[in-house]
Design a protein around this ligand. Structure first.
Ligand SMILES: [Zn+2]
Ligand SMILES: [Zn+2]
Length: 147
């Protein structure tokens, strides 16, 4: 996910839009038990300032995993937007650094996902869990334990 800022400068532009389809090399969803996402869509705008580059970033993906309550399939639609500043020189601050005129969004995107990941995903907010006695999925059936 690279954007060549030099090309932009040469063409006299200070702003551009971008769009990427991203497949992470490492499992960034590790903290969510057995969750996965096929495709992460990354898009936004980039704005050049003197040395710094401001990126308005949106990260969107469908996370598929196990419902934390009933273990059925659960889908979580992840969408986060944020503004990220890339600096040319590392001043030891919490900014991202770009090198040789190229912005690499990978770390920023991974960070956006990691810091906004839910702690668990549910098949539905009203998921009724499994019966703690017989293990029946109470979304699908009424077990007879209650009485
Ligand atoms: Zn559930
Ligand atoms: Zn039961």
């Amino acid at each position: 996910m690279n954007i060549d800022v030099r090309k932009l400068k040469y063409s006299g532009l200070t702003e551009t839009e971008f769009e990427f389809c991203y497949k992470p090399k490492v499992n960034i969803l590790e903290s969510l038990n057995s969750a996965s996402c096929d495709q992460i869509s990354v898009y936004g705008t980039l704005e050049l300032h003197t040395d710094d580059v401001y990126v308005d970033l949106t990260v969107e993906c469908a996370i598929v995993g196990e419902c934390a309550r009933c273990l059925d399939t659960a889908i979580y639609n992840f969408k986060e937007s944020c503004e990220i500043k890339f600096v040319r020189f590392d001043a030891g601050e919490f900014d991202y650094v770009y090198k040789s005129g190229v912005i690499d969004l990978t770390d920023a995107v991974n960070d956006v996902i990691l810091t906004n990941l839910p702690t668990q995903i549910l098949c539905s907010e009203n998921c009724k869990c499994l019966c703690t006695t017989c293990g029946s999925n109470l979304n699908k059936e009424n077990c007879k334990c209650e009485n």
